[in-house]
Design a protein around this ligand. Structure first.
Ligand SMILES: [Zn+2]
Length: 350
């Protein structure tokens, strides 16, 4: 079994449709009546959308279900699945805690409740039966006001046992009017010691070179390689890794087929830019991380050398992986060490 690091997975999109549907049935939710069979529900959540904005409406549908009371259930199930079925040993799970707070509270009380949300998610991610290392990335959101986004930065910095970085998410059509604000928030995150990532250069609407220097990693970034390859040397010089999530581009209508990613891999390799393959929304897509790799292999977008390079890059660019080497290198060292110690004596005795 390979061991994977997953750097880009949203809490809202991480719950697999069957777990979600069973929850709806059990609680008698009206959505369960609307989709009386599992197959009809799966079709509803996994079918491609016309745009990123429409695709993100699915998150808005899931988020209200993820409350302080239900988060332990959903997080523990997704951690179990990631460990058992995907071979994930390191997971950065991202979410906007404000959207998991109680909507009847006043804004200031919702901001205060975000701390509880992060703690509940963090504790639910610690299960000795499924011992992967999970950290959270808190997502600033393009629909939320400055005060809420800034509060998330300070919350993240005060909870290093749970939070490893911050992100910018939400519809990218709203980025342009607030560019100065995002630059200031990213600068503040770095000043607080928090690494940054951001959904950038994912679609043609989200291409803002002014934000690029402020990111530790780039969420998606495929349009840099496809449409602005002249920016790649700068990305390489800053040591930024692209978090490429293949299935997303089909679901949002950004790409018609995955073969377009061949250009992304070729240009990034030539420029020395690392790529980590990620799922974005493994549950809603119903495509888990090993299958993202396999899909690219079978469609000749990458070969096995590139696959290994992506696996290792994910650990190298992880915000909180606690070792300088990825597990594959550690295992190689362990195996060769074992061979050195057992090989000669075995030979002598034969
Ligand atoms: Zn994302």
């Amino acid at each position: 079994m390979s061991l994977y690091a997953e750097l880009h997975r949203h809490l809202g999109g991480a719950v697999v449709p069957r777990i979600f549907w069973r929850y709806l049935k059990r609680t008698g939710h009206p959505l369960a009546a609307e989709y009386p069979t599992y197959e009809s529900f799966e079709d509803f959540v996994t079918r491609p959308r016309a745009s990123l904005a429409e695709y993100l409406e699915l998150h808005a549908l899931v988020e209200p279900f993820q409350t302080l009371e239900t988060l332990p259930y959903f997080v523990s199930k997704l951690v179990r699945g990631a460990y058992v079925f995907e071979g994930i040993c390191y997971l950065e799970l991202r979410h906007t805690p404000f959207y998991r707070t109680d909507p009847v509270l006043m804004p200031q009380d919702r901001i205060a409740q975000m701390r509880e949300v992060v703690a509940v998610v963090g504790e639910a991610g610690r299960d000795p039966h499924y011992p992967l290392l999970m950290r959270q990335i808190l997502c600033m959101h393009s629909r939320l006001p400055y005060e809420v986004n800034r509060a998330m930065l300070h919350l993240g910095a005060s909870l290093p046992e749970y939070v490893c970085g911050v992100d910018l998410a939400g519809p990218d059509i709203f980025y342009a009017e607030r560019l100065d604000e995002w630059v200031a928030l990213f600068a503040e995150a770095h000043a607080l010691g928090l690494p940054t990532t951001g959904h950038l250069y994912e679609t043609p609407d989200g291409c803002h070179p002014a934000l690029l220097p402020h990111l530790s990693r780039i969420g998606h970034g495929i349009q840099i390689a496809l449409r602005f390859p002249e920016l790649l040397p700068g990305v390489a010089a800053r040591g930024q890794c692209l978090e490429v999530c293949p299935t997303t581009y089909l679901k949002t209508g950004t790409l018609q087929d995955l073969t377009a990613l061949r250009t992304v891999f070729e240009r990034c390799a030539a420029a020395g830019v690392d790529i980590a393959l990620c799922t974005d929304n493994a549950g809603l897509h119903n495509v888990r991380l090993p299958w993202e790799y396999e899909n690219l292999l079978t469609q000749d977008v990458i070969d096995f050398d590139q696959l290994t390079a992506c696996q290792d890059a994910a650990f190298r660019h992880a915000f909180a992986w606690p070792h300088p080497h990825p597990p594959r290198v550690l295992l190689d060292a362990l195996i060769s060490d074992t061979a050195r110690h057992t090989g000669p004596s075995k030979g002598e005795s034969e």
